[in-house]
Design a protein around this ligand. Structure first.
Ligand code: NAD
Length: 500
């Protein structure tokens, strides 16, 4: 059993009461690591260290160029350690090693790098010249917010560590990061790399433990200025309420139930394969998953046949095997949740087309087969609620308007796609779908130059791109009078003092 420590004020420490939580491998069900279960006292220490580093340390006072140069040393150090992270990420999350190797770790580092590079924009923005007030120079100065807390989910642990840390640090803030309790290990590796790179103490802190203690304390701590949260809509609502007490700035990246729309003129085999990728990528545990598949009448039979043929090629199994394309779910309780949705689909009259239960021959690990239901109607639970597992709900439609209506019939608004050869139609439909990201003839392709965020109950604020970087700044208006000692030009003179 590996025992880890968390990172507070430049040191690796145990929790103040010595308690730990176990990390389980969801493929073997073995508990293979222990991390500290931070207490409120530990959280307070981390926040105060971040506060001190912000209020008195060099980090927010460095020039942008200096900060970018320092963060680039971190990028180089992460690249050098990349190969060690593939298996740690896979072991703690059940994400196949093929994916952690080809995607999660290297892409996460590239996203970090891109965000750091993007932070090289002017923090000074001149405002338009106006006749009133007279001859003054007005500008906006962007400044760091202060202590930022990052709280994240377990489905892409390393990527979220990158998403929360890069913009916060690049804009001169200090950070207290709380990884999900299921998957703290690569975030602790990140802390080790930060330490190797000799960052000033308190600039980065990684605190492990439960949401109800560590997460809630970060949301209510008066010395935290911003909370960036990735997780369920339910907990996101609590975060919004908890942070309201101190009016913190918040970013909420929450749940989704995105629609993947296949039009009659879609490229048949490409869209059929993509529909599987859209839903079953990461075993269905991705917030922007194309979990509702809307297929137009004219292509329906051919499309379903093509998709079904390809579904047989999804390799469910041991994440440590490079051939595996779909691993287990994160936990026993997540599997039970997915199974209850499968049962509800049967109860509500959907038709099971593929999968539908635990994977045969895999007695250990929280495996569920990729599962496809057809005949799904908008009142069914599997159409409305986020399952966060490998369950695809297929609904047939006739017209473009009907597809848009179905897509928008959701409390969520995170992602989605339209598949058509007619790009004009694709763009028009993308505009009509009320979500933060819509792909035309693609899926899941997140790009660090583009903002990622939700409409409706999928959240507020953004990850990545200059839009997210700016959300880690305060905007100050500075007005400089240029008239010198010229009392006649001060319009306010007569308002208080009577001049003769
Ligand atoms: P979760 O809401 O249960 O937990 C997310 C984080 O919040 C964890 O670190 C957890 O410990 C912490 N937390 C739990 N209770 C808390 C509390 N009372 N106060 C503060 N923090 C608390 O979510 P999850 O199960 O880890 O992740 C799955 C959910 O995340 C899904 O709904 C998924 O759609 C969503 N998600 C959204 C995005 C996005 O970018 N929009 C990305 C990934 C996942």
């Amino acid at each position: 059993m590996n025992t880890h420590r968390m990172y507070i004020n430049g040191e690796f420490v145990d929790s103040s009461d010595g308690k730990t939580i176990s990390v389980e491998n969801p493929a073997s069900e073995e508990q293979f690591a222990q991390v500290p279960a931070a207490t409120s006292e530990d959280v307070d220490r981390a926040v105060r260290a971040a506060r001190e580093a912000f209020d008195s340390g060099p980090w927010p006072r460095m020039s942008q160029k200096e900060r970018i140069a320092k963060l680039m040393t971190l990028v180089a150090a992460m690249k050098a350690r990349e190969a060690e992270l593939y298996s740690i990420e896979s072991e703690q999350s059940g994400i196949p090693i093929r994916k952690t190797t080809l995607m999660d770790i290297p892409v996460g580092i590239e996203m970090f790098r891109t965000m750091v590079e993007q932070s090289d924009f002017p923090l000074y923005e001149p405002l338009p010249w106006t006749d009133f007030p007279k001859v003054s120079w007005n500008f906006v100065q962007r400044e760091p917010i202060g202590v930022c807390a990052g709280i994240s989910a377990w489905n892409f642990p390393w990527i979220f560590t990158m998403w929360k840390s890069a913009p916060a640090l690049a804009m001169g803030n200090t950070l207290v990061f709380k990884p999900a309790s299921y998957t703290p290990l690569t975030s602790l590796e990140f802390a080790k790399i930060v330490r190797e790179c000799d960052f000033p103490p308190g600039v980065v802190n990684v605190v492990t433990g439960s949401g109800s203690t560590v997460g809630a304390d970060l949301c209510t701590h008066p010395l935290v200025d911003k909370v960036s949260f990735t997780g369920s809509t339910e907990v996101g609502q609590q975060v919004q309420q908890m942070t309201a007490g101190t009016l913190k700035r918040i970013t909420l990246e929450l749940g989704g139930k995105s629609a993947n729309i296949i039009m009659d003129d879609a490229y048949l085999d490409l869209s059929a394969e993509a529909a599987l990728f859209a839903c079953f990528f990461n075993a269905g545990q991705s917030c922007e998953a194309g979990a509702r598949l809307l297929v137009q009448d004219g292509i329906y039979d051919e499309f379903m046949a093509s998709m079904l043929e390809r579904a047989n090629t999804i390799t469910v199994g041991d994440p440590a095997d490079f051939e595996t394309t779909m691993g287990p779910l994160i936990s026993d309780s997540q599997r039970a949740r997915v199974e209850s949705y499968i049962q509800s689909a049967h109860d509500e009259g959907a038709t099971l087309l593929f999968g539908g239960g635990r994977t045969a021959g895999l007695d250990r690990g929280y495996y569920i087969d990729p599962t496809i239901f057809t005949g799904v109607t908008p009142e069914m639970k599997i159409f409305r609620e986020e399952i966060f597992g490998p369950v695809l709900a297929v609904t047939r439609f006739k017209t473009r308007d009907e597809a848009i209506k179905l897509a928008n019939d959701s409390m969520y608004g995170l992602g989605g796609a339209v598949w058509t050869r007619d790009l004009q139609k694709g763009i028009e439909m993308a505009k009509a779908v009320r979500t933060g990201t819509v792909w035309v003839n693609d899926y899941h392709l997140l790009n660090a130059n583009a903002p990622f965020g939700g409409y409706k109950m999928s959240g507020t604020g953004h990850e990545m791109s200059t839009y997210a970087l700016k959300e880690y700044t305060e905007m100050k208006h500075i007005h400089v009078d240029l008239m010198g000692d010229n009392r006649d030009d001060k319009f306010w003179m007569d308002y208080t003092v009577n001049r003769e």
